[in-house]
Design a protein around this ligand. Structure first.
Ligand SMILES: Cc1ncc(COP(=O)(O)O)c(C=O)c1O
Length: 391
């Protein structure tokens, strides 16, 4: 039996007729940017997440980068200010910070949850700290009340990287959002949320796409301008902007797929339940189990003893099962940051900092197949082969 890590062909085919209709309609419309498909999708996505504003942009990295850039325009932060970010995130979260001349302060995750360790955040806060970049990595909710309290106490912005968490239902009545959209952090903080619609995401386009959602009108207005050369009125440029727009075809496709997001996530949750209930190989550790309001299983990570990971991956491949590592090298160990002045995490200097959990996770993580098209029979095959490994 073949179990691909993710078959985008099958994912698209799930709603193929409607997607084709949406693409054809847009192609035939003769209007490809900043048109009614964007307006419709932005309205629907804002409603879905419970936000006042949604601004489409070119990709998830831009969504994050534009948020920090807009906060700089608003005078909330300036170059050299610090942003606390989980050390085990995908590099884009860190790139958005450094691209803005801000300083990433890397925080260890918790071994059991793989999410930022909220007990370590306060120790990293300095007078220069202006934000926490919270990443709901793998589709797991990373927000805790403690993080909200720290934002209030130190007047920090909460920038949430939701690239892997579309549809996360943290509040029963609210499609995915945590406190900021609900007003719980009223006054001191209105959050911002960055989405990627990279094809493999829970809500994926047929190419690149991204969006920012927020209740902050000023932030939304500035981001919309920044993403359109810095312009709010045609040929008048208030900011030194860039071109980062969601095109009409992608918006039309996303609007179709948004209708099925909850259904697709429920399917992921069903597969995840099967994995949790049946994987029993002692060499494989599963992260802390969360209920379905707390996890949309963008990725199903397991931890394998480091000297077994490659062999297990090979064993699974030999049995037709695709796996991927998210991520083999943490951002602070990447060449691009080897000489970054803020990167005290690699060098054996007096002020060296250590990230042992992040580095250990990078050597042990393995992601199993999960997605809206994986069948229970395929999940059964994955479990059987994992449980057979070395036994
Ligand atoms: C956590 C996280 N942040 C940001 C991004 C960047 O999104 P994009 O690929 O759309 O630029 C991704 C995914 O690629 C991601 O997984």
């Amino acid at each position: 039996m073949i179990v691909p890590f993710l078959s985008l062909e099958e994912v698209t085919a799930l709603h193929g007729a409607e997607i084709n209709e949406a693409v054809t309609r847009t192609v035939n419309s003769g209007w490809y940017l900043q048109g009614k498909e964007n307006k419709t999708f932005e309205k629907h996505f804002a409603e879905y997440v419970g936000a006042k504003y949604c601004v489409g942009c070119a990709n998830g990295l831009d969504a994050l980068t534009l948020i920090f850039r807009a906060y700089k325009e608003m005078g909330v932060m300036k170059e050299g200010d610090e942003v606390i970010v989980p050390a085990n995130t995908f590099i884009a979260t860190v790139l958005a910070i450094t691209d803005n001349g801000l300083v990433p302060v890397l925080c260890e995750p918790k071994e059991e949850t793989l999410e930022i360790d909220d007990e370590q955040i306060e120790g990293l806060i300095t007078p220069k700290t202006k934000a926490i970049a919270l990443v709901h990595l793998y589709g797991r909710n990373a927000y805790t009340d403690r993080i909200g309290e720290l934002c209030r106490k130190y007047n920090l912005k909460l920038v949430q990287d939701c690239a892997q968490s579309h549809g996360l239902k943290v509040n029963a009545s609210c499609a995915h959002q945590v406190s900021p959209h609900r007003g719980d952090l009223e006054g001191s903080l209105v959050g911002s949320f960055a989405y990627s619609f990279y094809p493999g995401k829970n809500l994926g386009a047929l190419g690149d796409g991204g969006a920012v959602t927020t209740d902050d009108e000023e932030l939304a207005t500035i981001i919309r301008a920044l993403a359109n050369y810095g312009s709010q009125t045609k040929y008048i440029f208030d900011y030194e902007g860039r071109n980062s727009r969601l095109d009409e075809i992608q918006a039309a496709v996303l609007d179709v797929k948004l209708r099925y997001l909850d259904e697709d996530n429920a399917h992921r949750q069903m597969i995840a339940r099967y994995y949790y209930d049946n994987i029993s190989n002692p060499l494989v550790t599963l992260p802390q189990r969360l209920d379905d309001t707390q996890n949309v299983y963008h990725i199903f990570p397991v931890l394998v003893a480091p000297d077994h990971r490659a062999a297990l991956q090979e064993h699974l491949a030999n049995n037709g099962i695709g796996t991927i590592i998210h991520y083999p090298v943490a951002p602070h160990q990447q060449q691009c940051y080897a000489n970054a002045p803020w990167n005290k995490y690699n060098t054996p200097t007096a002020d060296a900092r250590q990230l042992p959990i992040t580095e250990s996770l990078a050597s042990r993580e393995l992601s199993l197949p999960i997605g809206p098209t994986i069948t229970l029979a395929q999940a059964h095959h994955v479990v059987e082969q994992i449980n057979k490994y070395m036994r």
